[in-house]
Design a protein around this ligand. Structure first.
Ligand code: PLP
Length: 399
């Protein structure tokens, strides 16, 4: 196992306890030993990348039940390159001309409730190919006729997003979405970056499904593009066009192949049991603290992963949910929580990236901060000020 506290790695940096989830901004996930070893052994060697990607295609086909597949830089790149594939096919001139889309099909319908931000806006991944996002319906209600009405001879592909980030009601489900698109000959690209289900979206009609190797799979940073062979081939060919700017190295391809193999062999029940022990420990310990309400909640897109929701009654706890999150992040070692809905007075603790024993450190840190807050005369701070502070810090990097 890689030692999270290896001083050579940590020198000058703050080693983090990640209870946030598989966040790019924290280094994604704990890379599985099989992938680490495969990359270490492969880095000094040469290979024909076409052969290596052919091997990846077979591995993806086996795991995802797709006709073919290939590896690119990440899911965001996979979205751009799949849309580009639908625009150009195997026309090498068109591939070199992108993102100039003159003369090509270039419209890409996407349900309004799917237009999320995963660290960058998803619609920008469409525009990078030279295509134009066509928002369908409204954020909270999309009807089938609105999708059907948006499909025409300019439509290149349609994009469907599966994520906790999207609106979870009032959207057209994938199977219907795909039927409507297929009736007009339009391929459907599914962003399934964080979804553990590697076969279901293709089974429901996706022509291409894209996953992040560096999330639940515990692979290196890469995107897995699985789907119809003609589209995968055309997406792969973008490497001599816009895909060059999203290139993936041999180590990431071999590391992803190893991570896919390890995933098929993983003892998923044992992983869940370990995660459950951390959740039970936290729920037990935090229910003793004044003003805290700890509940185990399921993943919003039904991934086999539960999290602890920690609700903070600011008046009783004498600090707000964001104060607790910030004090955890500021301490030693920094504990980074999942706080994207913190304005509602809660955050989540995600157990999927814990090293053994770290759940105890998390419990102790929460207890210490909450007990200290009881002694304070202080109360909750302003959320608006916190957001302004964060934005300011972002804009002054690297200072
Ligand atoms: C993480 C994520 C992405 C981005 O994935 P990368 O592989 O980091 O580019 C895209 N879409 C969704 C829904 C995500 O969760």
């Amino acid at each position: 196992m890689i030692d999270n506290h290896d001083p050579r790695v940590a020198e000058g940096l703050r080693p983090i306890i990640n209870v946030s989830g598989t966040m790019t901004s924290l280094g994604a996930s704990i890379v599985v030993p099989e992938a680490v070893e495969a990359m270490r052994a492969f880095l000094p060697q040469f290979v024909e990348m076409g052969d290596l990607q052919r091997k990846a295609s077979a591995e993806i086909a086996l795991t995802c039940g797709s006709e073919a597949g290939y590896i690119t830089a990440c899911t965001a790149a996979g979205i751009t390159l799949s849309i580009a594939a639908a625009m150009t096919g195997t026309d090498l001139c068109a591939i070199e001309r992108l993102p100039d889309a003159a003369g090509l099909k270039h419209e890409v319908p996407i349900q309004m409730g799917h237009m999320c931000h995963y660290g960058a806006p998803v619609e920008q991944a469409i525009r990078l190919a030279g295509a134009k996002p066509i928002p369908i319906g409204t954020a909270t209600r999309v009807d089938e006729y609105q999708l059907a009405g948006a499909l025409n001879e300019r439509t290149a592909a349609a994009l469907f997003v599966v994520s906790h980030h999207v609106v979870h009601y009032g959207q057209i489900p994938l199977r219907r979405f795909a039927d409507i698109c297929h009736a007009r000959g339009v391929p459907v690209v599914v962003d399934a970056a964080s979804e553990y289900d590697l076969t279901g979206f293709l089974n429901q009609g996706a022509d291409v499904a894209i996953y992040s190797a560096h999330k639940f799979l515990g692979g290196p940073t890469a995107g897995i593009v699985a789907g119809r062979k003609d589209l995968i081939r055309a997406a792969y060919l973008q490497n001599s066009g816009i895909g060059r700017k999203m290139k993936v190295g041999k180590e990431s391809v071999i590391g992803t192949i190893a991570a896919l193999r390890a995933w098929r062999q993983r003892d998923h029940a044992a992983v869940r049991a370990r995660e459950r022990r951390a959740l039970d420990l936290w729920r037990e310990r935090f229910s003793q603290l004044p003003g805290l309400l700890a509940t185990i909640v399921p993943d919003p897109t039904a991934n086999p992963l539960d999290r602890l929701e920690l609700r903070v009654d600011a008046a009783r706890a004498k600090l707000a949910a964001w104060d607790l999150a910030d004090r955890l992040a500021a301490g030693e070692p920094p504990v980074i929580v999942r706080d994207h809905e913190v304005e509602h007075g809660y955050f989540l603790l995600d157990p999927c990236n814990l090293h053994p024993g770290q759940e105890l450190t998390v419990a102790e840190r929460v207890e210490t901060i909450c007990r200290a807050a009881q002694q304070d005369s202080g109360t909750a701070t302003s959320l608006a000020e916190r957001q302004a502070r964060r934005q300011a810090a972002m804009l002054t990097w690297p200072d």
